[in-house]
Design a protein around this ligand. Sequence first.
Ligand SMILES: [Zn+2]
Length: 325
Amino acid sequence: MKGAVVYKPLGKENLKFEDVNVPEPGKGEIRVGFERAGMNPIDYNVVAGKVVYSLAPFPHIPGSEVMGVAKSDGKRIRKGDKVIIYPRIFCGNCDMCLTSREYMCTNGGLWGVVSNGGYAEEFNINEDNLFKMPQGMDPDVAVSLPIGGLTAYHALIRAGASHEKRILIYGASGNTGIFATQLASHFGMEVHAVSRKEWVKDYGASEVYDPDSVPENLKVDIVMNSLGQKFWKDSLSHLSAGGSLVTFGVLTGKEAEVDIAALYTAERTIIGSTGGSRKELLDLADITARKGLKVRVAKRFKLADIKEALDYFPKVKDGRLILEA
Ligand SMILES: [Zn+2]
């Protein structure tokens, strides 16, 4: 059995695709055979040593957005089932877990960061993290739901997305934006997307604007800003009275100013959002299968060629980088 293992000091020069020892699955665990993965900034940064969380264990197997096939039997999951992986380690007993917010478990963290992840030919994972992949789902889509898709879905719910509301989505062609755009459209919302890519229209946006050309007088019920500082002021300026700004990323910086008077006199709301629950992942998988949500693929690599994939990752401009068995 081989896997991608990174040693200290972190950096892709210290990543090896080598033999790994996978023990028999423990109590409550299932053995999974790797089939496909999407590479995220988090995976890239884990290898590069650029995450704020401390990695465990060492040496470390990264990989947080993976699908595969069950190689052992559990209570719900049977050998041979194709599985989607909920990428959070959680205890089930803390205040967050007890209120169905296992993505904020005080004793947990992201799978592949606080634990070994899925960049290995086979690995063990708790059955509570596994869901059957809906029949006929494109595996490229299945490996885009646990982080990109779920983050977007959860943020829409937090912001009160519903039929006939208007939404403005910054970063609409990114990993989360592409799902936010499709989901908002399927919810029956009027979707205004901010992106330089014209193809965003094919994903259900009614209007696509360049970042510099969003009409000044555009007012919406919900603004989704996953990019942070650079678009913060603009984000707030497009909020109608009673509207909500939802945020979950700081790619362009994390410092921002707020006009407090403009906030309270029009009862606007700023909402932080992160991850999503297992129930939401299950619901999202169902919506995705029924509505045929899709993703764009930039390039494919074999898992064994992960070093080449890591070299290519910073050059990705359009779509996802996929790893295959
Ligand atoms: Zn917990």
